[in-house]
Design a protein around this ligand. Structure first.
Ligand code: GCU
Length: 507
């Protein structure tokens, strides 16, 4: 829709009888109800259209391309409280079409992003947490840019799904590798694992089994560092304003092992308060490496490492499957080799296999080879192990883009390239060698090997656009885009390079 000059309430006029809200039972007290954008009492500043397939109900709201164009929904809840609102939309352009979200006339979120989904018939979802009244509440999405809104299909409102803060609470998102075999004590593995959740009330406490150092962030504020805490740890010495808040907790790593007893045993909330789902992220990026990827010698270790920075910058879930001193190759003299241990839940000897159904990485970044020379690994061995690791990663993440970084010290570069090339030649064109020459500035190192905070920031600045270019389109990492399509082409991004003599190369 490009120009419709006036605001019309077409939904009410054309499809008033079409469909009532659809309710789904999702648990003992939880319920999800769908409200179609084309059905009264929804209102659409534009036209109700059905010219792009894949919508639910009878069509979707195609708003006027203008700042201020809106789609409005009237939603119901049995009781006042927190709800998760999920908007289904399509945006066939490459430009974001942000919206201000208001609830009963009050803006609760400015500029919520509705990124391109790749095509007008590719639908994606965007979620946020809102407070609803008992009875009806008006939710309005108002375009903030000249494109208007994306095409809006429906909203789903999930209420009553609050959790109790226990480790098994599904609202608590465990990001990275976690050992969840003991339902009363969840243990993060590798580096940079974290948990994130929403919660209601004014206070939150963390149950820790034994002494630990940790970082936590409430409502996106800078991380607070707590050392040597144990038992029930108060994260809100000054109570918060009543309402819905977010929490992220990450344990401090030193050289890739958690310092102390990194065992999460749940949250303690105000009486009657509940957790609410953490907002879904746009996707997941996994970093595989050694102490450089752990962030060793940077000020907050994993939290100031390039991988964490890239993930945060792009709004992605991020993991660091990394350990200080790790090699690519598992060597006889005991170097922890990611060739074998990538599939494990932690770096510990004898660790269990990681459950790869818990998340799927959309992009995997490998930075390995810096330590292998010190363990006598030959170039031949390195190349075959790298090839094996690439195949292992591919088997676990069939749709991920895999980025093999040139190690910053330039170790085993031809072998890394050759391994990438082997997969490219076998038809897997979503594996890339990334040239990192010049990424670490002269003042970017703590010692001969490890980037300092400035070094990690510089690396992240180079890497973030590359990772971003290899995410699936749209905020929901669900659309199926595979690599090995067009002969001669690498990857799926519009500006991806051609396969040439060096294979698929970036940077
Ligand atoms: C195209 C598309 C519409 C969309 C419009 C827009 O015309 O077919 O469905 O709404 O672009 O830019 O908003």
């Amino acid at each position: 829709m490009k120009w419709l000059p006036k605001i019309s309430l077409l939904a009410a006029m054309t499809t008033a009888l079409a469909c009532a809200p659809v309710a789904f039972a999702t648990g003992a007290h939880a319920a999800t109800t769908r409200y179609e954008a084309e059905s009264a009492p929804a209102m659409c500043d534009g036209v109700v259209a059905s010219n792009h397939s894949g919508y639910s109900g009878n069509g979707f709201c195609d708003t006027v391309n203008a700042v201020g164009s809106a789609a409005q929904f009237t939603v119901s809840a049995p009781a006042a409280g927190t709800a998760t609102l999920t908007v289904r939309y399509a945006n066939g352009t490459t430009a974001n079409r942000p919206a201000d979200v208001s609830v009963n006339g009050t803006t609760v979120r400015s500029g919520l992003g509705f990124e391109g989904t790749g095509a007008w018939n590719t639908w994606a979802t965007r979620s946020l947490t809102v407070q609803l009244n008992a009875g009806t509440t008006t939710v309005r999405l108002t375009a903030t840019t000249a494109g208007g809104l994306g095409n809006i299909d429906h909203v789903e409102v999930a209420t009553g799904g609050g959790g109790d803060g226990s480790p098994t609470d599904p609202n608590i998102r465990l990001v990275g590798r976690w050992d969840t075999r003991d339902s009363g004590a969840y243990v993060p593995g590798w580096a940079g694992a974290y948990l994130t959740t929403g919660f209601t009330g004014t206070t939150v406490k963390l149950r820790q089994r034994n002494t630990i150092d940790l970082y936590y962030s409430i409502d996106g504020r800078p991380d607070v560092y707590l050392q040597n805490v144990r038992g029930t740890v108060d994260l809100t010495p000054a109570p918060l304003a009543a309402g819905t808040h977010t929490l992220r907790v990450s344990y401090r790593v030193v050289a890739g092992s958690y310092r102390g007893d990194a065992v999460f045993q749940g949250l303690v909330l105000d009486p009657g308060a509940r957790t609410v789902p953490a907002e879904p992220s746009r996707g997941t990026v996994e970093f595989v490496g050694d102490s450089i990827t752990v962030g060793t010698t940077s000020s907050k270790n994993a939290l100031t490492a390039y991988g964490w920075l890239v993930g945060e910058q792009l709004g992605l879930d991020h993991t660091q499957v990394a350990q200080g001193g790790a090699c690519l190759v598992s060597t006889a003299d005991g170097c922890v080799g990611l060739d074998r241990r990538f599939v494990k839940v932690s770096a510990a000897d004898g660790a269990a296999d990681h459950d790869f159904t818990r998340y799927r990485a959309d992009v995997v970044v490998i930075n390995l080879g810096t330590n292998d020379a010190g363990h006598g690994v030959s170039t031949t061995q390195f190349q075959s192990s790298y090839t094996e690791l690439l195949r292992t990663v591919r088997a676990r993440y069939p749709r991920a883009a895999i980025l093999a970084l040139e190690t910053f010290r330039g170790r085993f570069v031809p072998q890394t390239q050759a391994a990438v090339r082997t997969l490219n030649d076998a038809g897997d064109r979503d594996v890339f060698f990334v040239d990192t020459d010049g990424w670490v500035p002269a003042n970017g190192l703590t010692d001969a090997v490890h980037p300092n905070d400035a070094g990690h920031r510089a690396i992240a600045a180079r890497l973030a656009p590359i990772v971003a270019a290899h995410l699936p389109p749209g905020p929901a990492p669900t659309s199926a885009s595979t690599s090995s399509g067009t002969s001669g082409a690498c990857g799926t991004a519009p500006d991806s390079p051609a396969l040439d003599d060096a294979g698929c190369v970036l940077g």
